[in-house]
Design a protein around this ligand. Structure first.
Ligand code: SF4
Length: 305
C-alpha cells in the first residue's frame, strides 16, 4: 500500500495536519505539514485551523497540542509512544518537590505531563529555557524534570540559582565524556554540537549547545564541514539528507529514542483513517496547564520580536 498517497488524500478529506518532531523516522517528513522541535510544533498547533491534528511524536506532545486546541481532535498514532523523562515526575512527586522549597517559582520543561504542567508557574522548551528563567526575574527557581537542562540554564545565566528535580532523558544523559573524547579523536577537526539534555561535563566539551532546531541552524549558518552530533539520531539523519556536501558523525551508534521511533507511516495512515488514538485531557487540568504553556508562548514570542 502507498501510505504516503493514502495519508495525503485523507489529510485533504478530513482537513488534518501532521506535526512531526525531528526525532521521528525521517520518512515521516514526506507527509508532515510541520517538522521541528517542541517549541515550533506548539506554536504551529496553536495556530492551525485544521480539524484534526496528528502528532507524530510522543504522548506529552500530543497532550500539549490538545491543551492548546481543546476543540480539535488530536491523535497519537501509537499510544505506547511515551517519554521516559516526562514519566519521572508525577503530581505527587511535584508537590513533594515544591513543598521542600516553598515560595519558589516552578519551571517545567515541556517534556512533562498535563497534570505536572497544571501546577507549575511556567513551561519552557530547550529552545527558550534560558529566556524563560530569566524572564521570571527571581534569584531562585525550581526546574523539572530535567536536571541537565536546569543546570545548563543556571550556567548560562550565572545569577539565578536553579534547584533541579532529579530527572533526565536517558538517551542524552547516558552519553559519556569518554564517548565524546573518542568521537573527537576519531573525527578530528569537527565541531561537536550537543543538546542541553546531555550531562554538564559533556556540554562543556561542545562547540555549541542548543535545541534540535538550534543544532540544525548552527549547521546551516556554519562554514564548517564536519560535525559530531550529540542528540537523537533523527537530527543526524535530517542533517545528512539536507547537507550532503557536509560530513556528520554520531557520538555513538544507535543514539535512538525507542518511543520516538514507534510511529510509522502505516500507523499514521491507520490513525488518520480510523481517527485513533484520540488524546483527551481533563478540562480543569487542561485550563491550568494552558496558563503555564501560554505564559511561555507569550514570553518566547516577545523575545523573538
Ligand atoms: S529523547 Fe528523551 S526526552 Fe525525548 S522523548 Fe525520548 S526519552 Fe523523552
Amino acid at each position: 500500500m502507498d501510505y504516503i498517497t493514502g495519508i495525503q488524500t485523507l489529510k485533504k478529506e478530513k482537513n488534518a495536519v501532521v506535526l512531526a518532531h525531528c526525532y521521528q523516522n525521517v520518512e515521516i517528513d514526506n507527509i508532515a505539514d510541520f517538522v521541528g522541535d517542541s517549541l515550533y510544533l506548539s506554536r504551529m498547533a496553536a495556530k492551525t485551523d485544521a480539524d484534526i491534528i496528528i502528532f507524530a511524536g510522543v504522548y506529552f506532545m500530543a497532550q500539549t497540542a490538545k491543551i492548546l486546541c481543546p476543540d480539535k481532535k488530536v491523535l497519537l498514532p501509537d499510544l505506547k509512544a511515551g517519554c521516559e523523562m516526562a514519566d519521572m515526575i508525577n503530581l505527587q512527586q511535584l508537590r513533594n518537590f515544591k513543598s521542600k522549597h516553598p515560595d519558589i517559582p516552578a519551571v517545567c520543561y515541556i517534556n512533562s505531563t498535563a497534570e505536572v504542567k497544571s501546577e507549575c508557574d511556567i513551561c519552557c522548551t530547550s529552545s527558550n529555557a534560558v529566556q524563560i528563567v530569566e524572564s521570571l526575574n527571581v534569584p531562585e527557581v525550581l526546574f523539572l524534570p530535567d536536571k541537565n537542562l536546569g543546570k545548563w540554564v543556571e550556567k548560562q545565566l550565572g545569577n539565578v540559582k536553579v534547584i533541579t528535580y532529579d530527572g533526565c532523558c536517558p538517551i542524552h544523559h547516558n552519553i559519556t565524556t569518554d564517548e565524546v573524547l573518542k568521537a573527537k579523536k576519531q573525527n578530528p577537526e569537527t565541531k561537536l554540537l550537543a543538546h542541553p539534555e546531555c550531562k554538564e561535563e559533556v556540554s562543556a566539551l561542545a562547540d555549541y549547545v542548543g535545541s534540535t532546531t538550534g543544532i540544525m541552524n548552527f549547521v546551516k549558518n556554519s562554514s564548517g564541514e564536519k560535525f559530531i552530533i550529540a542528540t537523537e539520531k533523527g537530527v543526524l539523519d535530517r542533517l545528512k539528507r539536507d547537507y550532503p556536501q557536509k560530513e556528520f558523525f554520531s557520538i555513538k551508534e544507535n543514539l535512538i529514542c525507542p518511543s520516538m521511533k514507534l510511529n510509522t507511516l502505516e500507523d499514521i495512515y491507520n490513525s488518520l483513517n480510523n481517527e485513533t488514538f484520540e488524546i483527551k485531557v481533563d478540562s480543569d487540568i487542561s485550563k491550568k496547564a494552558l496558563k503555564c504553556i501560554n505564559r511561555m508562548l507569550e514570553v518566547s514570542t516577545a523575545g523573538v520580536k
